[in-house]
Every structure is written in C-alpha cells, then in structure tokens.
Design a protein around this ligand. Structure first.
Ligand SMILES: *Cc1c(COP(=O)(O)O)cnc(C)c1O
Length: 457
C-alpha cells in the first residue's frame, strides 16, 4: 500500500466527468488530427494537458470574485493585487496583464533591440517567441545535465551554467544583452528548480556586467518548495521568506497567474525600475488595458491577490508537489522511462525511450500522447520536436528531450484519478510496439504545437 499526504482541503463543489468508449475516442483523436490540443474538453476524462488556468479556486477566492471592483480605473481589486505582489515578490511596480505572455510581450518590446542576445535557462515557447518577434536571439545557458532525463542525481537541474553565461557575455558583449531570463522552475526541462545559490551567483555575475535579471516567475512557489526541501540552510525558512530572498536576486519578473497564483486567468509584469515601469504603462494601454486592470476584470485581480497568499501555505505546496511525485513514482517503479528527478508540476515521460522503435522525425512524443488518449481518455501534451518548432532558416529543431507531459492541475484531481492514469500508461507500455509514428498534415508558421495536424504513418 502506498502512503501519501492526504488532501489539505475538502471538496465543496463537483464537476461530473464522463468517459467516452474506445471507439469514440479513436474517432475523436482522428478528428483532432492526432493533436491533443485539438480535442474537445468533453471528449477528455482526466485532463493533464496543462496546469495552466486549470486550477480549482478556493471558497475564499470565489467569495473574492463577488467583491471584485469593476471600476474602469483605480479598481480596489488592483490595489489588493499590487499589495500582494509587493508583499510576496518584493517588487514595487506591478502591471497586470491578461496572462503571462502579455507580460512577456511588454517586457520584450521595452528591452529587446534587434540583434540583442537573451540568455535563459532553457526556452519556454511563448517567452522565446516574444524575444524573437522583437529581433532578439535566444541563447540556452542551462546546465548540460538539464538535457539528460536520466540524471536523477542533479537536484537543481534548472540551474544556469555560469561558464556558458560568462562565455556569451565575453563573446557578444554585455551591451548586447538587455537581460537574462531565469525561469523558476524550468518547465521545458521537466519542472526542474533553480537553487538559491545559483540565483545569487547569476545575479552577482549579471550585476558585475550591468545586465538585468528578469525571472519567469510562473512556478516560483514550486521552486521555493524545492529549495526548502533540498537546499541546505533553508529547511526552517517559510515559503514566503524563501520567495522574498529569491526575488531579491532579480530586477523584475513576468508572471503567469494561471500557474502558481492558483487562478484561471491573469498575469503581471513586476519591476523596480521606474523608467521601465513608465514604458510598460505606455504599452499596456495599447495591448491590454489601463495600468490598473491590464486585461483582467476586477474580480480576476481579486481572486489572484487571494491566490498569491494561499499558495504560500506549506501544506498546499507540499501536497501539490507530492501528488506529482506519487504519479511519477508509480510509473518509474513499472520501468517506464521518465525525467528524473520528478519535477514540480508534471511528470514527463521520455518518449524516445518509451517508443524506442521510432526515430524523432516520426514524432514519438506526439504519437505517444495520442495513444495515451485513445487508451484511457487521459489528455497529455507533446513537449518534443513539435513544440521546439523551426529555426530562423526554417529547419526543424531537434531537441534532446522528446517528452510527453502529464501535468497536474492544482487542487483538482485525487490520488484515485492518478492511480487510473498510472494503470493505463503501464498497460500501454506493455504493448508499446503497437504504437506507430505520425506525419504532418498541416503546420502553422508559429507555435506550431497548438494547431498542427497529423496522421499515422
Ligand atoms: C505558461 C507559461 C508562460 C506563459 O504564460 P501564459 O499565462 O500561458 O501566457 C511563461 N513561462 C512559463 C514557464 C510558463 O509555463
């Protein structure tokens, strides 16, 4: 019998689920072009596509919706959000945006000039897209181990490789680097954290060269939990204290509230520099809305302000990370290749090894995600060659990691749901040779994973 931490909440409202028959699922995935993004939600039994905006809000947050101040300008709810961000993240200026990529758009337009270089600890899809749309050149400076799914001994696999970073500074010159983007945690590496020591070193090296440090703070609470449970000296610090120290090593951050703020929509850009803040305000009115709502309704800002505080509860974040680990350990014990160590928000299956009879051009992760859906009604996501897209010359990028992501929404599913997921993937693994590769039918020009269509080879 597995033992696990019981849920630190009880269920007050339920959403009934249905599971389609196998034949209906086969028809559904065919209609969706073998792309799980194109399935209808009603066709899905357990939805592990993403933890983005799929969170269950608390009674306190739902109550906050009713109190949302919908004033066009000067909404009370904005000030609640601003206070929460100042208190927890420690940045003075807060620009709300409709979601994380809204903040990325503002930041990239303000700071990046054509031909600039932006180092980062691995890429994220929308973050890199905004850098490139503004003429920036993304440079991956994560440690090599992050690209190796078998290196379970590396506890802070999201760390920046300081030698790679310094080599870039020496090669192109600090004046060509408007900022370094540090993701905490690193989604594309498997939800891997960055250590406090590394954050501090990155900040010191950046300041020596006059380079700004901007965090992609999307899963910063998960990162703080990993620091507390893995890094010496932080065992007795609260999540809030750890977050404050983390953000003391940054000049600003972009945030997708849809993740660690435990809401369904929203985001923000936070900064300390007044001049940058002014520039952000003049752009936000063009792309999002007034600087006191930035694409969010008053009630959304109210729910986010409350979610920021709820995420600081140790039992909340411990349960979340342990739930993810519970699923991952069941798969690993059955011999299924997964990214180790298990990350904060998701279990990543190594599709290269799961479907070792396929080559990367046969899109193993995309094929596996489709097969999982047909087998069990569980929706997962490709994070491999399809997500990586094409380079400037139009050539396919071939990422080392070819993964299927099983992402756990916050406070939504129970351990019994996860047992169902594990059982079905384990049985699929026993018949893995029956899974065939996929080929392209349609490919859009940017962020192709969202809408591409495929068919079996
Ligand atoms: C989701 C995400 C974003 C973008 O945020 P949206 O709210 O989806 O626009 C940026 N960075 C990371 C690491 C993310 O996971």
């Amino acid at each position: 019998m597995k033992r696990y931490m019981p849920e630190p909440y009880r269920i007050k409202s339920v959403e009934p689920l249905k599971i389609l028959s196998r034949k209906e699922r086969e028809e559904a995935i065919k209609r969706a072009g073998y792309n799980t993004f194109l399935l209808r939600s009603k066709e899905v039994y357990i939805d592990l596509l993403t933890d983005s905006g799929t969170n269950a809000m608390s009674d306190n947050q739902w109550a906050g919706l009713m109190l949302g101040d919908e004033a066009y300008a000067g909404s009370e709810s904005f000030f609640h959000l601003e206070e929460a961000v100042r208190d927890v993240f420690g940045f003075h200026y807060v620009v709300p945006t409709h979601q994380g990529r809204g903040a990325e758009n503002l930041l990239s337009q303000i700071l990046i000039k054509p031909g600039n270089y932006i180092p980062s600890n691995m890429y994220f899809t929308t973050t890199r897209a905004h850098m490139e749309l503004n003429g920036g050149i993304f440079v991956d400076v994560i440690i090599d181990e992050a690209h190796d799914p078998t290196r379970s001994d590396v506890l802070f696999k999201g760390n920046v490789d300081l030698d790679k970073y310094e080599a870039l500074i020496n090669k192109v010159g600090a004046e060509k680097i408007p900022y370094i983007c540090v993701a905490v945690t690193v989604n594309m590496a498997g939800g891997q954290p960055v250590s406090m020591e590394n954050l501090k070193q990155v900040y010191e090296l950046s300041k020596k060269h006059g380079i700004r440090v901007i965090f992609d703070a999307t899963r910063c609470v998960e990162n703080a939990y990993f620091i507390k449970s893995r890094e010496k000296g932080y065992e007795d610090r609260t999540i809030k204290e750890i977050l404050r120290e983390m953000f003391s090593y940054a000049d600003g951050c972009t945030m997708s509230g849809k993740k660690d703020c435990i809401v369904n929509i929203g985001g923000f850009l936070a900064l300390n520099d007044e001049e940058l803040y002014r520039k952000a305000c003049s752009l936000v009115v063009v792309y999002e809305g007034m600087p006191t709502y930035g694409g969010m309704s008053g009630r959304d800002m109210e729910a986010m302000a409350r979610g920021i505080y709820e995420a600081l509860d140790y039992n909340y974040i411990k349960h979340r990370v342990e739930q993810v680990r519970y699923l991952g350990e069941q798969l690993a014990e059955a011999g299924i290749p997964i990214v180790q160590p298990i990350g904060g928000h998701a279990v990543f299956i190594d599709a290269r090894r799961f479907l070792s009879h396929l080559v990367q051009d046969q899109l193993p992760a995309q094929a596996l995600a489709a097969a999982i859906y047909v087998d069990s009604g569980v929706r997962t996501m490709e994070r491999g060659i399809v997500s990586a897209g094409r380079d400037k010359d139009g050539k396919n990028r071939y990422p080392k990691l070819e993964l299927v992501r099983l992402t756990i929404p916050r406070r939504v599913y129970t351990y019994a749901h996860l047992d169902y997921v594990a059982d079905s993937i384990i049985s699929l693994y026993q018949n893995k040779n029956a899974i065939t590769g996929l080929k392209w039918v349609y490919e859009p020009p940017v962020l192709r994973f969202f809408t591409s269509r495929f068919e079996p080879i």
